[in-house]
Write a protein that binds this ligand. Sequence first.
Ligand SMILES: NC(=O)C1=CN([C@@H]2O[C@H](COP(=O)(O)OP(=O)(O)OC[C@H]3O[C@@H](n4cnc5c(N)ncnc54)[C@H](O)[C@@H]3O)[C@@H](O)[C@H]2O)C=CC1
Ligand SMILES: CC(C)CC(=O)C(=O)O
Ligand SMILES: [Mg+2]
Length: 357
Amino acid sequence: MRANLVLLPGDGIGPEIVAEAEKVLKFIASEHGHEFDITTGEIGGCAIDAYGDPLPEKTLEPCRNADGILLGAVGGPKWDDPNAKTRPEVGLLKIRKELGLFANLRPIKPYAALIDASPLKKHIIEGVDILFVRELTGGIYFGDSRSWEENGETVATNEMTYRTSEIERVVRVAAKAAQTRNKHLTSVDKANVLEVSRLWRKTAENVVKKDFSDLKYDVVLVDAMAMHLISRPRDFDVVVTGNLFGDILTDEGSMLPGSLGLLPSASLGEDGPGLYEPIHGSAPDIAGKGIANPLATILAAAMMLRHSLNLIEEADRIEAAVESVLNAGHRTADIAAGGKSLGTVEMGEKVLEALKG
Ligand SMILES: NC(=O)C1=CN([C@@H]2O[C@H](COP(=O)(O)OP(=O)(O)OC[C@H]3O[C@@H](n4cnc5c(N)ncnc54)[C@H](O)[C@@H]3O)[C@@H](O)[C@H]2O)C=CC1
Ligand SMILES: CC(C)CC(=O)C(=O)O
Ligand SMILES: [Mg+2]
């Protein structure tokens, strides 16, 4: 098949990890007779430096016409000046919004070989298989924000807003996913305090009652969910929640497999290209050292093949290669548990070797 793929490496470790995923994509193309037309664009801090804009039209336009987009990460201390006109993260929020990518799929399935990498006990993480569906284009990250002076001090506010239609569509995505899995959907909110969460709860319940009555359905408050996620994670199948709660809970959830560097994600809309990225950020503390774990980005590339290009066999093959590399004992520093570790490029090479068989 022919496919237009756009790579957006971004900042910090972004270029290092996307380079390894690109090698995997090129290998898969050559092995399976596909033609991937791969172009690269700037987003985030590097785009601010080059164009004064974290998401210039020059980057966005090819993305609109792409079959799939693979992003590294944006941001870093260089662009953290609170007085700066714009921030790298604005580019990320904007591309998600512009492409209508309202559903962010974040699977969490610990690897048997990595039991020691997790800070949690074996009996807690064994058998865990959770799919988080995080709403991605609404909520507090997209609400009005402002700050002002009042009574000699500064006040700042961010609004969290959701519309019924925004909640309905993401709950539908999650409920459909649950139907193909273990038929259990959990909605996470803070309906004991937030008006917006009361709308979320009522809307989610209506959708499930009307169209997904075959599912086991429950609701959990977000503070309790933060605890249940690491005390009884096996009890969850598909979890649907808003933008902020999903962002935080999935970083926490990365401790089930043992590292942020292992979790990929797919951001999907009604139609158009999907955007695929690791769930982590630009990791400025390790950027440039060649030690970042590229596996989350390689797994994000596999999700792109699966969800946007319908190349299921190829996606399965990459995921199996990652698993076999871990089974063989290869580790980057984040999952080495103090043992011997490989660099980013070496880990990428191990995945390629596993793909070659
Ligand atoms: N999707 C994106 O582009 C995201 C961007 N960010 C941005 O990234 C910057 C740094 O944010 P942080 O809070 O430090 O979060 P982070 O996710 O970049 O890093 C948190 C910790 O995890 C480690 N880590 C992350 N990815 C890793 C990998 N692949 N291999 C090994 N270790 C890894 C880092 O070294 C760090 O210790 C900020 O500017 C933030 O806004 C944060 C989250 C997501
Ligand atoms: C700009 C942030 C919302 C990025 C982030 O932390 C995420 O999407 O996980
Ligand atoms: Mg995050």
